[in-house]
Design a protein around this ligand. Structure first.
Ligand code: BGP
Length: 487
């Protein structure tokens, strides 16, 4: 086993999925606060008017806002070296376009970071993990409006200035490439984008009913890429020692067969989904294949200004990070068997098993992916900032939770990481997703759990929020203690 000295083991959370306290201490409403929870039979719905008496998972979540000391202590017990958290934009600028930041929000994160540092855990910050203030969605259609770039930069600068001596690793946007897919949930969460017509709706509607406008969506994504590059420039101007990265939702794609048509379909999918945003952020320019794709799809590119090209060139990132959960196949055959249940779709791989949500489990795919990323971008380090297994856990009468399926998932993925390192991949850290049970982003459920720590919280809003250690807790502690020698 070959994890380097000082390898950054830890976990990753998003503010909106754990904090709760959705209107406390001056926080404004954010995108997830407007999305109702679903369950196994009902999809999530959205409405611009909060529905009294209905269950919104982000409003209380697992109340990390009031439990952070207890939770960070548990993370330190596992030996975490790093904790990836997001700052909720709406705690700092409640409406997004406010003139002054909200001191109570700034102080909250200062306290959280101090608590981490007390245990030798370094905090790592995502500036925007699906947490755009709702006011920016309603008034500006999120990043579709160029003005939102300035609001984001003001927010980013406030955070860099305040926390530069406590936080070294920063990510601008979570899964910035999510907006390339045209899925309305991903567009809203990632870009804060909805069409004008859909924003008029006064009744809750499911995401399937929302419209996609590719011209507006690609405009919004471009503005987000410019905002990200500008944030890198500003962050480095404030403190040149900050390490500022991107964050890619990496779905590993395979051609379904070796038919040349499948190979071409796979190549295109991989380029558009995985490579495009990373190429812009690392190489500092739009790749030719993307310009061609947009033109071929009648997208008017006049939203790309000359000055933007300069910003993209200068604002390249310091390290590559990704989430990795699954792999899927691509087929040119429209009749190939598709997988249901996840946002990105894809064709079934007969060699892989899937979780209850259709997420295909592929540890070797992680090795392949790490090697592919390292050879595409050979000059920067890599960190996996999300990876984990969403499953239904059963709590026994004595409070124990036997989650060997989760241990099995992690064991195989950590093994794959170590093999990739042996083959030359410059991997510097690993933050598992949801080290404590939190709200699921895609389904809004508590039923889908990721944690090493169980939280007594259910989809009907019941549960007293007590924390319990699962079997995986002790297992991950050992992994960290032995620097990946014992898995
Ligand atoms: C990623 C998001 C996370 C997270 C994770 C698991 O896409 O960055 O916020 O939730 O996926 O997805 P889910 O919660 O839908 O199971």
């Amino acid at each position: 086993m070959s994890f380097p000295e000082g390898f950054l083991w830890g976990g990753a959370l998003a503010a909106n999925q754990c904090e709760g306290a959705y209107l406390e201490d001056g926080k404004g409403l954010c995108v997830p606060d407007m999305i109702l929870g679903g369950d196994q039979n009902t999809p999530r719905t959205i409405c611009k008017i909060i529905q009294e008496g209905k269950f919104y998972p982000s409003h209380e979540a697992i109340d990390f806002y009031h439990h952070y000391k207890e939770d960070i202590k548990l993370f330190s017990e596992m030996g975490f070296k790093i904790l990836r958290l997001s700052i909720n934009w709406g705690r700092i600028y409640p409406h997004g376009d406010d003139l002054e930041p909200n001191e109570a929000g700034l102080q909250f994160y200062e306290n959280v970071f101090d608590e981490c540092l007390k245990y030798g855990i370094q905090p790592m910050v995502t500036l925007s993990h699906y947490e755009m203030p709702w006011h920016l969605v309603e008034k500006y259609q999120g990043f579709y409006s160029r003005e939102v770039i300035d609001f984001f930069i003001k927010y980013a600068k406030t955070c860099f200035q305040r926390y530069q001596h406590k936080v070294k690793y920063w990510l601008t946007f979570n899964e910035i490439n999510a907006g390339t897919m045209g899925d309305p949930l991903a567009s809203l969460m990632g870009l804060g984008y909805m069409t004008k017509e859909d924003l008029q709706r006064e009744q809750p509607c499911s995401f399937d009913e929302l419209k996609d406008n590719p011209q507006q969506r690609y405009t919004a994504l471009h503005h987000q890429l410019v905002a990200s590059a500008l944030a890198v420039i500003e962050g480095h101007r404030i403190n040149k020692n900050l390490m500022i990265g991107n964050m890619i939702s990496h779905i590993t794609w395979y051609p379904h067969t070796c038919h040349p048509q499948d190979i071409l379909a796979w190549q295109q999918k991989d380029a558009l989904f995985n490579d495009f945003c990373a190429d812009v952020q690392i190489r500092g320019e739009y790749p030719n294949y993307m310009i061609a794709y947009l033109k071929n799809h009648q997208i008017d590119l006049s939203y790309i200004l000359e000055t933007d090209l300069d910003i993209l060139k200068k604002g390249t990132i310091d390290f590559y990070t990704m989430s990795y959960y699954i792999s899927n196949c691509v087929s040119a055959d429209p009749h190939a068997e598709h997988i249901g249940g996840n946002l990105v779709g894809g064709v079934k791989n007969p060699y892989l098993k899937a979780s209850e949500w259709g997420w295909q489990i592929d540890p070797l795919g992680l090795k392949y992916t790490l090697k592919a990323v390292a050879s595409r971008y050979p000059h920067i380090p890599i960190m996996i900032v999300e990876n984990g297994f969403g499953a239904v856990d059963k709590i026994e009468k004595d409070g124990s939770i036997h989650d060997d399926y989760r241990i099995e998932y992690f064991r195989a993925h950590i093994q794959a990481m170590s093999e990739a390192i042996d083959e030359g991949v410059p991997l510097i850290g690993y933050t598992s997703w949801g080290p404590i049970d939190i709200v699921s982003a895609g389904t809004g459920q508590f039923y889908k759990r990721y944690g090493f720590i169980y939280v007594d919280r259910n989809d009907d809003g019941t549960g007293d929020l007590s924390r319990y250690k699962k079997d995986s807790f002790t297992w991950y502690k050992k992994v960290i203690e032995t620097n990946g020698e014992e898995i």
